[in-house]
Design a protein around this ligand. Sequence first.
Ligand code: V47
Ligand code: SF4
Length: 382
Amino acid sequence: MNASIDMLIDTAPGEDLKAIALKVRSSERITDDECLVLFEKGSLAFVGALANFIREKLHGDTTYFNRNFHIEPTNVCAFSCEFCSYSRLYAHKEEGWELSIDQMLDIVKTYDGKPITEVHIVGGVHPKMNMAYFIELMQKIKAHRPELHVKAFTAVELDYMFRKAKLSIEEGMKQLHAAGLDSLPGGGAEIFHPEIREQICADKVDANGWLAIHEAAHNLGMHSNATMLYGHIEKYEHRVDHMRRLRELQDKTGGFNTFIPLKFRNMDNAMSHVPESTIIEDMRLYAIARIYLDNFPHLKAYWPMLGRQNAQLSLSFGVNDIDGTIDDSTKIYSMAGSEEQTPAMSTAELVTLIKQVKRKPVERDTLYNMVKDYSDADLVTT
Ligand code: V47
Ligand code: SF4
């Protein structure tokens, strides 16, 4: 492993790239300017080799997945993000769906007896689904299946809920945590920089609000994820700014588990005229994120959005987690034109996918505790 990074250092095309490779070899943090240099000048091969060095130092060949399902309570939304293919405005709510608490509990019950460890609950921001509604949902899920980890609500949903209930972030978070909320997903971050945020999602929580909500969760001992919606109208400096804010908060709290870059998909939304990024650019971004976010333990490729083969490829570009089985329970990407129109993978398929690229499949729980090492399992895909 060291020999290959030594060679990279010797052959680096330019002093600035060489200085970055030297830092990576000695586990030194790169600066924002250096991150920009990587975006502007780093070839796929160069950033990929550095990211793979870091990935293997942190995790060896281990590649995590989990067994989860999603519940999307509604796609009715008070907001109107330009990139969203999924939401229906409240005024057009007859085109959307709204699940009752009992309907959501019935979904949970369909997994009774199955070895699922996590439910991921995220949806639109429905004006009538308030704190009381979701507190009742959390309590009922926990009463039915106490060990199921509930990862729910983006900072966008939480900001709206807390403001409507006239609660401080700290108080609102405390109440939901007490009701059964275990951790937060990473959605709603999009691009933090106001120059871009104002153009793609002007009316929802801003960067400081998003970060304050995650900080409050971390202060209660909860963990969370962070995303970045990339590959649309943002420039490289906006990506660096976004990741800098995340790195700073992580220095303060250590509460983030994983960073999840989300590739913008352009079907059926107000930004359909914006071309999608190339696979080369996708892999470069994964690699650069792995290099820059030195305090994030994990980097996740969300396979329903990227597709199975590209998710496999990402395992050579810094990624060490490919999310979960999902069980065809999310629509947010299929409605935006993602590769996977009915996202579901059996454990055997996930294990095979990881083994095909010579990595080691490990099932994890939400907090990255090992559930099972599948290295030697002889599973047959269906
Ligand atoms: O915030 C919406 C994104 C996110 C589009 O934490 C789009 O484990 C691409 O955050 N093209 C919600 N992306 C989903 C999310 C998530 C997903 C999986 C795992 C986790 C986790 C979190 O979906 C939104 C937005 O950034 N999104 N529309 C689109 N057209
Ligand atoms: Fe609503 Fe989320 Fe879609 Fe924005 S991305 S319109 S907040 S569902």
